[in-house]
Design a protein around this ligand. Structure first.
Ligand code: GLP
Length: 243
C-alpha cells in the first residue's frame, strides 16, 4: 500500500488528480472507475482545470461509476448521474457514450446490476478505481456485512448512510432507501485502486480499514488485500494511522 498524507484536503485533491492524469497520459483509453460524495469534488475540479489547460486529454477514457440510488428520477439534482454530469462529465467535456452509471430507474434492479457487471467485464475490467469511504466503512454502497465475493448488486441503505447523505436532500425522508452498487469483488478486480479520505470524521474508520482486521464489518478493510492500492488522505483523516 502506498499511503500519501497531505496537509490539506485541497492538496490531497491535487495529488489525487495528478495520479489520474499520470495514468491517463500513460494510457489515453484508460477505463476509470469513479465515486460520488463530497470527497472527490476537489479532484474532479482539478481534473477539469487540467483538461482546460490541456495537461490531460480525457476524450478516449471510459468511465464506470460505483453506484446509483434506486427510485430517484435520474433528473433529480442528487441522482449520481446528475452529480457526475455537473461535477465531472460536463466540466471535462465527456460524451455520454464514454460514461456509465447504473440505471437507478431500471424496472429490475438485479438485472440492471448484472448487466452493469457484465459491461465492466466485457470492456476488459477497470484500470483505475477511485473510491471514497463511508463513516461505517462502506465502499460504493457496500454496507457492513457485505461479503467480499459480492458483485454488482442492489442494496438496502443503512440508516447511518441515509443520515450521512441527508445533507444533500431537503429531508431524510427524501433520501432513497435502495441503491445499485458495484460489489466488493468487482471493485477488487480493478487493476489499481485509489482510496480518498478527508476530515477528522473519517480518521477512525480509515485507520480501522487499513490497519485493523479484514472483516465484512468494515467493507473498506478488504482493500488491504489489493496489490496496488494508493491511499490519499488529508492530515485530519490520516491522523489515526500508525505506520
Ligand atoms: C456515499 C457514496 C460512496 C462515498 C461515501 C462517502 O454514500 N455512495 O461512494 O464514498 O458515501 O461520501 P463522502 O465523500 O461524501 O464522505
Amino acid at each position: 500500500m502506498n499511503m500519501i498524507t497531505c496537509n490539506t484536503s485541497e492538496e490531497a485533491a491535487q495529488v489525487a488528480a495528478q495520479l489520474v492524469i499520470d495514468r491517463v497520459n500513460a494510457k489515453p483509453d484508460a477505463i476509470l472507475g469513479l465515486p460520488t460524495g463530497g470527497t472527490p469534488l476537489g479532484m474532479y475540479a482539478a481534473l477539469a482545470k487540467a483538461v482546460r489547460e490541456k495537461r490531460v486529454d480525457l476524450s478516449a477514457v471510459t468511465t464506470f461509476n460505483l453506484d446509483e440510488y434506486c427510485g430517484l428520477p435520474v433528473s433529480h439534482p442528487e441522482s449520481y448521474l446528475t452529480f457526475m454530469t455537473r461535477n465531472f462529465y460536463a466540466p471535462c467535456g465527456l460524451a455520454a457514450a464514454q460514461t456509465h452509471i447504473p440505471d437507478g430507474e431500471a424496472a429490475d434492479p438485479d438485472a440492471e446490476a448484472l448487466a452493469y457487471d457484465n459491461a465492466i467485464r466485457a470492456i476488459g475490467g477497470i484500470d483505475l478505481q477511485v473510491l471514497g469511504i463511508g463513516h461505517n466503512g462502506h465502499i460504493g454502497f457496500n454496507e457492513p456485512g457485505t461479503p467480499p465475493d459480492a458483485r454488482t448488486h442492489s442494496v438496502l441503505l443503512t440508516e447511518q448512510t441515509r443520515r450521512a447523505n441527508a445533507r444533500f436532500f431537503a429531508s431524510l425522508d427524501e433520501v432513497p432507501t435502495r441503491a445499485i452498487t458495484m460489489g466488493i469483488a468487482t471493485i477488487l478486480e480493478a487493476r489499481e485502486l485509489l482510496l480518498l479520505a478527508n476530515g477528522a470524521d473519517k480518521a477512525d474508520i480509515l485507520a480501522a480499514a487499513l490497519r485493523g482486521p479484514v472483516t465484512p464489518d468494515n467493507p473498506a478493510s478488504f482493500l488491504q488485500g489489493h496489490p496496488r492500492l494508493t491511499v490519499i488522505a488529508d492530515r485530519a483523516a490520516g491522523a489515526r494511522i500508525v505506520s
